[in-house]
Ligand binder design. Structure first.
Ligand code: GAR
Length: 219
């Protein structure tokens, strides 16, 4: 548990924060050796802020409405984050696109989770699009964030079957259950130094990941 080399993370959210909750729970039960220094939302009504406060974690809000321009928003966000000097940024349902300048500033230190088996289905409304496309397999992907939206090097994927009578909300619930397992695990790999971003790629245990690791339990 807590040691002087412990990685400190900022978790960025926009909504419910069930992934944030998975991080809070994993940090609490010791399966994730990471200090959550702050939770930042771009929406003041995000329920994840309540989860953070209940867990005694500092919260900040950088409101979309206060910074309609992307560059100004990202400057305010970077200034807010600087107070906490995080070694890792975890985007957990953070629904605002970051500028290249911001991403470069934190290069190799930003993780995102996207609710699809990237490179399939980047963008929004993935669950409905997967059903409409007649896919039989869906899931979620943890990846490093680069300037290309939903296209940074992939790290870890969790798969779920698409069932014949699935609705977007039922499918989403199953995908989220997998997310709550894979996202803290990916962060744990980063926090322990096993996972790195180098030369624009993901590296695990010193080897370049040409394909993301497929989740099948503990890593
Ligand atoms: C998650 O399912 C995550 O994959 C998705 O938002 C949800 C947030 O849920 N992220 C994106 O769509 C990013 N483009 P949560 O607030 O309950 O963690």
């Amino acid at each position: 548990m807590g040691n002087s080399k412990q990685v400190s993370a900022a978790i960025l959210i926009s909504g419910n924060g069930t992934n944030l909750q998975a991080f809070i729970d994993a940090a609490r039960d010791g399966s994730l050796d990471l200090r959550i220094a702050v939770v930042v939302s771009n929406r003041p009504d995000a329920y994840g802020l309540v989860r953070a406060r209940d867990a005694g974690i500092a919260t900040e809000c950088v409101r979309n409405e206060d910074y309609p321009e992307r560059a100004a928003f990202d400057t305010a966000l970077a200034d807010t984050l600087a107070k906490y000097a995080p070694g890792l940024l975890i985007l957990a349902g953070f629904m605002r696109i970051l500028t290249g300048r911001f991403v470069r500033r934190f290069e190799g230190k930003i993780l995102n989770i996207h609710p699809a088996l990237l490179p399939k289905f980047p963008g929004l409304n993935t669950h409905q699009r997967v059903i409409d496309a007649g896919e039989t397999l869906h899931g979620s992907t943890v990846h490093f964030v680069t300037e290309d939206l939903d296209a940074g090097p992939r790290i870890l994927q969790g798969r779920v079957p698409v069932l014949a009578d699935d609705t977007a909300s039922r499918l989403s619930a199953r995908v989220q259950a997998v997310e709550h397992k894979i996202y803290p695990q990916a962060a744990a790999l980063f926090a322990s130094g096993r996972l790195e971003f180098k030369d624009g790629e993901s590296w695990l245990d010193g080897a370049r990941l040409d394909e993301p690791v497929q989740y099948a339990g503990e890593l």
